[in-house]
Design a binder for this molecule. Structure first.
Ligand code: GLC
Length: 463
């Protein structure tokens, strides 16, 4: 194990060069979802008092019908569900009264950039991509304020001019606010004679977003993209769609757009994101996953994809034991069924990519991108943000985690490849497998947006 740790320290020693290489990337586009995250830490005590105020009892608190927010009671139910299980979920608010209730009764500690598109745009801009172009469905001043004040980060103003995003104010647009309600591990919830202890720090997202939930796309962005020469597009934003509100046809409508971007030479990466609506999730997998060059998912999203591709029993196996070996089987299955050229999964301690042998990015470059992503994710977890380029290599000198090395070891036994443990690369049934044990930070200061950062830095760092 110590030997493997040393070999990985050498690979992590190369991240400075990989980061410097990003300055040669001319342009990356991020779309579609950008929003405002209103972040608040809530205690079990406060949650219990809100449950009481909203006249819930133990039974009604646990009576969940459709994982959506129609009333303030639903906010409390969703937050309690995530608190009690230590899980992350996002529910959509369909009534402005529930939104107003959140504002009055919960409020927020801070506003920060939200949505895969916005988070990735800020991250890649700090990493030094020459030009990052972000799609915003809505860009009032409040949203613009959350873009980093950097001259390499653009969006479109109301006249369609490409302008540094932080300078734009589309004053007729409405702010799209998503509540990120965070809670701490071991916090207690005492209510109606029951006591629940939160098993894992996590968050509940309550989203009010009439623009992204209808996938409203800025036409200025689309016409710019008609002739744009982007090296990569990082795509997301389907997860807020619902079948009831036309979600499937909204997914389908983007297929020709994606095809055009690919034809213009971009590598298109889809960040899958957790999609509650199973019909929409299936449409994303069936219609988009097979069209893009690359997919990014975490372990939860991997399981969710298995559920809609007829692999329920494999999903149950992964659910029962979230291990590198089980998730390897899951990712290979998704690769077979979608024929997507590159799939990257990130889990606690390990990143795993399976790509075609003749994929346009070599396995060595993929590995370098993944090491850089792990380094930058550790900086984000350790310091709470990556807004400053001097912060990016904060974790330099830290070793690959024991958790990650153990997972890698069991995967390399399973695949009978010592090379996978030492080099992080091996062949498997005609594909290339690349696995990287990550650097872990004891008490992460933030988790939201971590997956988006990992996937996008991995890809762009490997270009
Ligand atoms: C989802 C949420 C958004 C959050 C993001 C983080 O897109 O809607 O609010 O910032 O996930 O990954």
């Amino acid at each position: 194990m110590n030997e493997a740790k040393k070999l990985w320290a050498e690979k992590y020693g190369e991240v400075e060069n990989t980061l410097a290489g990003i300055k040669n990337v001319k342009s990356v586009v991020t779309a579609f979802n950008t929003n405002i995250d209103a972040v608040i830490k809530i205690s079990g005590k406060k949650l219990a008092s809100l449950a009481k105020k909203e006249n819930l009892d133990w039974e009604s608190l646990n009576d969940i019908s459709d994982y959506a927010i129609h009333t303030p009671q639903d906010v409390v139910k969703g937050a309690f569900r995530c608190f009690s299980k230590g899980i992350a979920e996002e529910w959509l608010i369909d009534d402005i009264n529930a939104y107003n209730w959140l504002m009055e009764n919960i409020g927020y500690d801070r506003l920060q950039m939200g949505g895969q598109g916005g988070i990735v745009a800020n991250a890649l801009s700090v990493c030094g991509v020459q030009k990052v172009i972000n799609h915003c469905g809505s860009l009032p001043q409040k949203q613009a304020d959350l873009f980093l004040k950097r001259e390499n980060l653009f969006s479109f103003d109301m006249n369609g001019n490409m302008t540094p995003a932080y300078q734009i104010n589309r004053s007729n647009d409405i702010p799209l606010i998503h509540w990120i309600i965070e809670f701490d591990k071991d916090d207690e919830f005492d209510f109606d004679g029951y006591r629940i202890v939160c098993p894992k720090a996590n968050r509940f997202i309550a989203t009010y977003d009439p623009v992204n939930s209808q996938l409203i796309i800025d036409k200025n962005f689309i016409s710019y993209m008609d002739n744009a020469k982007a090296e990569a597009v990082v795509l997301s934003g389907y997860h807020a769609l619902t079948a009831e509100k036309n979600g499937v046809s909204l997914v389908e409508k983007t297929v020709p757009i994606i095809e055009k971007w690919r034809k213009n030479g971009a590598i298109v990466h889809l960040e899958v994101a957790s999609t509650q609506d199973e019909t929409v999730r299936k449409a994303i997998v069936d219609k988009i996953a097979s069209k893009v060059d690359s997919l990014g998912l975490n372990e939860r999203e991997t399981i969710e994809v298995l559920q809609v591709i007829g692999e329920k029993s494999l999903a149950d196996i992964c659910e029962a034991e979230v291990s590198a070996v089980n998730l390897f089987e899951a990712v290979s299955k998704i690769k077979q069924k979608t024929a997507c050229r590159r799939i990257q999964m990130h889990m606690f301690g390990l990143y795993l990519t399976i790509q075609d042998s003749n994929f346009k990015i070599t396995p060595e470059k993929t590995r370098a991108g993944m090491c850089l992503a792990a380094m930058i994710a550790a900086a984000k977890a350790g310091t709470g943000h990556i807004n400053d380029e001097n912060n990016l290599l904060w974790a330099k000198g830290k070793n690959a985690s024991d958790v990650g090395l153990k997972e890698l070891q069991s995967l390399s036994h399973y695949l009978k490849s010592r090379q996978l443990l030492d080099e992080g690369i091996c062949d498997y049934e005609g594909y290339k497998v690349i696995a990287v044990p990550t650097i872990l930070v004891e008490k992460p200061k933030t988790l939201v947006g971590m997956g988006d950062t990992i996937s996008s830095v991995s890809l762009v760092g490997s270009l």
